[in-house]
Design a protein around this ligand. Structure first.
Ligand SMILES: [Zn+2]
Length: 479
């Protein structure tokens, strides 16, 4: 608090001293932290220059002019820097590969990711990880989790040749029971997978709605995107939407229904991939703009998480980036080893004649969806598909800009959209008084170039200030 020099006619007055003492003694003890004279950027307020942002514990308590008085414990000079809301990775798997699990919270924070949505893991594995991340003294991103992939009679991720992260829902009764049990165990939303039948899908959706659980889903192969989409809150990977955008979408659907009877008794994974191989590229070849407009219209309230860094990876492989080696160096050695090998192989012997049809389709459909007003969310599927936790979210943001989002819209997809999904827009997603203290301080302007989200100077997670040194120490402890 500033104390003004008294006006001359008061200077000699005897009354002034007691008033001054009173003023000083009334001033509360300093508390909180201020980031001063910083450019604040978020998707709702746009750009606010020369602001001082004060937070106390896990709450933003003031946003004021850079020269307003301060009564804080700690001041951080934000001059020449940019403050954005903490980022979300809206599609992660904390327990998919145990070599990553313990390091993931530190990796996420080191890249400015202060919230994650876990879209699939068995409860007995994911629950202890969530509890640890949510412990009062934990330095970890906020976490929202679904439990297992809710699959159908045939289960893709059944543990045979790939991690077990899916569970069977052969009947509507079983589906209802599964969702009730998950709710009791504390999940934040459910994740419906690709092999469910229409009646199981219906039962899962109804039960989740009764229990007030947001629904994440793949487009089930038994359904069409324009049917399943409006019934759920988010859809992953844009997958199977191509089949609904084709001029022969009805035929393709009928063919799938027949094949899903599984006469050859394939495994869930083989049955699924056989359908993808059979219909994906032919559907893209039969793309029908009018038909696709109808599909996108049906999806206008369903958040699309395209995971382009996965779907379109061949257009900008991570191992071609200058910062990829540094990203691998942040990983625990056991987790990095196979990716170092892949990197070396790809660099010395780059794959030739890669078919990029599907990769380009991913970018194209994201662009069309965005133009049609479909909300877009930023998620990576880390660690699946050579995705370094945290690092890959920045690649995703770049892909989203490549697909036509403005840098500010890309930020929205990793801040406001996720907050809205969980009805937390009053608490998260922007830098406003009363919101949670999750923020990232950048050295460069992300609106000039979205890759500047990588220029991290400091991270604030749940009100805890983490300098680059602090983040390095967190990583060292889990590497
Ligand atoms: Zn996933």
């Amino acid at each position: 608090m500033m104390i003004m020099t008294p006006k001359p006619h008061l200077r000699a007055g005897r009354l002034w001293l007691p008033i001054l003492v009173l003023l000083v003694s009334c001033q509360p003890a300093p508390s909180g932290t201020a980031i001063t004279n910083v450019t604040v950027i978020d998707a709702v307020n746009g750009v606010r220059e020369s602001r001082t942002v004060v937070f106390d514990g896990d709450e933003i308590t003031a946003i004021q002019g850079a020269d307003a008085g301060l009564n804080v414990v700690q001041t951080i000079d934000g001059t020449g820097k940019y403050l954005i809301p903490g980022l979300w990775d809206f599609h992660v798997h904390l327990t998919y590969d145990e070599n990553f699990t313990e390091a993931m919270p530190a990796l996420f924070l080191s890249y400015g990711i202060t919230s994650v949505r876990d879209t699939g893991g068995l409860m007995h594995k994911v629950l202890p990880v969530v509890e640890k991340m949510r412990a009062p003294d934990a330095v970890a991103p906020r976490v929202f989790f679904a439990g297992p992939l809710l699959d159908g009679k045939f289960v893709v991720y059944d543990g045979d040749g790939r991690p077990e992260i899916g569970v069977q829902n052969a009947t509507p009764e079983q589906a209802r029971e599964t969702v009730r049990s998950l709710k009791q165990q504390g999940v934040d939303f459910i994740k419906i997978y690709e092999m469910v039948s229409p009646d199981v899908f219906q039962a899962l959706v109804e039960t989740a709605n009764e229990l007030d659980l947001p629904i994440d889903s793949h487009v089930p192969l038994s359904l069409r995107a324009s049917t399943a989409g409006p019934m759920v809150d988010s859809i992953e990977h844009l997958r199977n939407i191509e089949m609904d955008c084709a001029s022969n979408s009805a035929e393709l659907h009928e063919e799938r229904i027949e094949r899903l009877k599984n006469p050859d008794n394939l495994s869930g994974a083989d049955l699924r991939s056989s359908l993808h191989s059979l219909q994906r590229l032919p559907a893209i070849a039969n793309y029908d703009e009018e038909r696709c407009d109808q599909t996108l219209k049906a999806l206008e309230s369903t958040l699309q998480v395209p995971t382009l860094r996965l779907v379109s990876m061949s257009l900008a492989p991570p191992w071609q980036r200058a910062d990829w080696d540094e990203a691998l160096a942040r990983l625990p050695a056991v987790a990095a080893a196979p990716w170092l090998e892949t990197t070396l192989e790809r660099r010395t012997d780059p794959p030739q004649d890669v078919d990029t049809t599907y990769a380009e389709w991913g970018l194209f459909l994201t662009e069309r969806a965005h133009a049609a007003g479909v909300p877009i969310g930023a998620g990576t599927d880390t660690p699946i598909g050579i995705s370094v936790p945290g690092y890959s979210l920045h690649s995703e943001l770049e892909f989203l800009v490549r697909a036509g989002l403005s840098p500010l819209e890309a930020l929205e997809s990793a801040t406001m959209r996720p907050a809205e999904y969980f009805s937390l827009q009053d608490q998260m997603g922007t830098i406003d008084v009363g919101k949670r203290a999750d923020m990232v301080l950048l050295d460069e302007n992300p609106l000039d170039d979205i890759s500047n989200t990588r220029a991290i100077s400091m991270v604030v997670s749940k009100g805890i200030v983490l300098t680059v040194d602090d983040l390095g120490q967190l990583l060292d402890a889990v590497r």
